[in-house]
Design a protein around this ligand. Sequence first.
Ligand code: NDP
Length: 319
Amino acid sequence: MTNETVKVLIIGSGPAGYTAAIYAARAGLKPVLYTGGQPGGQLTTTNDVENFPGYPDGINGSQMMIDLQKQAERFGTRINYGLVTSVDFSGWPHKVVVDEKTTVVAESVIIATGATAKYLGLPTEEQYYNKGVSACAVCDGYFYRGKEVAVVGAGDSAAEESTYLANLCTKVHLIVRRDEMRASKIMQQRVKNTPNIEIHWNTETEEILGNGNEVTGVRVVNNKTGEKKHIPLQGFFLAIGHKPNTEIFKPYIDMDETGYINVKPGTSKTNVEGVFAVGDAADKVYRQAVTAAGTGCMGALDAEKFLVAKEMEMGMVHS
Ligand code: NDP
């Protein structure tokens, strides 16, 4: 194992991680960022991003991440390709192991590991990814305006995304696997009051259908009656939840029951001194690139403040 010590270690390379890097680098903290297994994060899996302020013509998700990386590097961030495999937050400074071989000793850590959308696991889901299949209505819904789409799921996300899409699309088929929804009553009411949303109860998706280039429909089955249906449509949205990428921090960091990191409200502070959480890993509600970037900035400012206080504390101990 090789060792290095850094002032600010950022784990993750989505908008939260890179924004934290830009701020920390500009503050002269020489941050080191580990990209994780999917450099650039979730945005690299979308086409055009049209809702990030400052891009009147939209921007390709991957390009945006390349730009953010360049901006972070310009101010002196060291970016390393590697996956953090374990951490030891039991004392200070913190220890982070990358690719099971490199131990990084860090005075502060910013967790920006994001979340991963859940998929049904159908082979055609992968084939038509970004060609009609999406896990983000707010990101991609606009491309389906005037078209017919489906949303799978029955939680608040499914309710919110189907009402959002109903404003853009001619019709939304909401595919619910049970005879009730998990979403809050008010959100369910909103769905039921929207005339162009049709709820398919007790229904599961068997196959996404397409012409090789794009989605043309979906075959669903009623799990009570066994009746199968072919619904012609152009867009298929998954809203069956996200999984935050926080497993490795579990022994030390407070999280809710689904793995989202609990931060002190209005800050990026976790329960461990000098460890901060930003972006989707600590946000199950908004989950937008712009909110992730905003909290990334908070993480860097909180880390900077922490390091100054720590330095003063150490100085007092030594004097
Ligand atoms: P949830 O975990 O709450 O819901 C997931 C839904 O997907 C469930 O209804 C579940 O069905 C369904 N599902 C899971 N797997 C499958 C599958 N294989 N096939 C079909 N359906 C499936 O996730 P959400 O993303 O909706 O919400 C996550 C959290 O974020 C919640 O706490 C929610 O309240 C919150 N949130 C709040 C919002 C707001 O306040 N505006 C907006 C969005 C989210 P089943 O019910 O049968 O298990």
